[in-house]
Design a protein around this ligand. Structure first.
Ligand code: SAM
Ligand code: SF4
Length: 327
């Protein structure tokens, strides 16, 4: 078991398989993209498999594949085929913009992968284009519906962006009336890779909830898992539910169970922290499993109490794009 200095069991790995992406969401990266990692600086699929196996042997029970756009990574399915067979993993999930997932939906289903987070920030095609800077709304919506029809547990993630998509909040929410999905509204965070100035947020979790309550005053709050980042609700007779994630307000840090590995192999103990160490370098220097394990245990031991403490200690994490960290 991996336990941090605050007695939290860390059993959830978020693995970024690439920092590249076919979209250019303006709250994530600039129009020209970021300084993408060179191929040789990326963890290879074999290195990701080794690290995943190692971490599962240390007590990790859940792995989320993220990026950049995971389906932009060549041979992603090789990794997923191995993870799907790994004893000890209880949950493999994927976060995707759903624009490239189409050809893989049947194989994902056959592998037994159930949980897919789809990021869609606007239900209006014009606003979708303005945010993502790419004309892929139809493809994304088609794949979103295919995933639901195929029986995946779909979370639809929407980052609430002041002056950009607040008109989409209620129409997005309505999707959970019709479909058995969870629509989750996230606060914007400062990780936009220098795309735009970030001066805090106008739409925090309280404001989002108040806005929803103006139309749906009788919300039913749902029980949540201890380490859940979202506060979840539904409306009577709706098929799905919705949640609000205070990702910038960071009210959930106390029960954090997460560890991140970036596409370059950086081990990151908190979204707001600088990387603790680089696992790719250790692997390529010939580290044994025992040496990797002890480096991971040591890094987790110094995991900050919460995102505010991490931010205070960090040198420059907030200049980073979320595509490099993995969200
Ligand atoms: N490309 C995939 C996608 O968009 O789902 C996976 C990677 S993306 C970095 C993971 C998540 O981070 C997405 O849900 C995205 O909306 C979110 N994200 C990116 N930049 C963010 C920011 N500045 N604040 C809050 N969430 C952000
Ligand atoms: Fe790409 Fe996801 Fe970042 Fe959008 S949020 S640019 S889809 S990595």
């Amino acid at each position: 078991m991996i336990i941090d200095q605050h007695n939290r069991v860390v059993d959830y790995l978020r693995l970024a398989v690439t920092d590249r992406c076919n979209l250019r969401c303006n709250y994530c990266m600039p129009a020209e993209g970021i300084d993408f990692a060179q191929r040789e600086d990326l963890l290879s699929i074999a290195e990701m498999i080794r690290l995943s196996e190692l971490m599962v042997s240390m007590g990790v029970k859940k792995i989320r594949i993220t990026g950049g756009e995971p389906f932009a990574r060549k041979n992603l399915m090789t990794l997923l085929n191995v993870l799907a067979e790994l004893k000890g993993i209880e949950n493999i999930s994927i976060t995707t913009n759903a624009s490239l997932i189409g050809p893989y939906i049947n194989e994902l289903k056959a592998l037994g992968i159930r949980n897919i987070n789809v990021s869609i920030d606007a239900i209006d095609p014009v606003r979708f284009f303005q945010i993502t800077r790419r004309d892929l709304f139809e493809t994304v919506m088609t794949n979103f519906h295919r995933l639901i029809e195929a029986g995946f547990a779909v979370n639809l993630n929407c980052v609430v962006l002041s002056k950009q998509n607040t008109a989409d909040i209620l129409p997005m929410l309505k999707l959970s009336e019709q479909y058995p999905i969870s629509v989750r509204f996230l606060e914007e965070m400062p990780f936009n890779g220098g795309s735009q100035a970030f001066n805090g947020i106008e739409w925090n979790h309280t404001r989002i909830l108040e806005h929803i309550k103006t139309v749906y005053p009788n919300l039913i709050q749902l029980p949540a898992a201890k380490s859940s980042t979202s506060v979840n609700y539904t409306v009577e007779a709706w098929k799905g539910r919705f949640g609000i994630i205070p990702s910038f307000s960071r009210t959930f840090c106390g029960t954090c169970n997460r560890l991140r590995v970036s596409a370059k192999g950086d081990l990151i103990t908190c979204l707001y922290a600088d990387p603790s160490l680089n696992l790719r370098s250790l692997i390529r220097e010939g580290a044994s499993d025992a040496e990797l394990q002890s480096a991971i245990v040591k890094a987790v031991k110094s995991k900050a109490k919460n995102g505010f403490e991490s931010e205070r200690l960090a040198q420059g994490a907030t200049n980073t794009s979320m595509a490099s960290i993995g969200g």
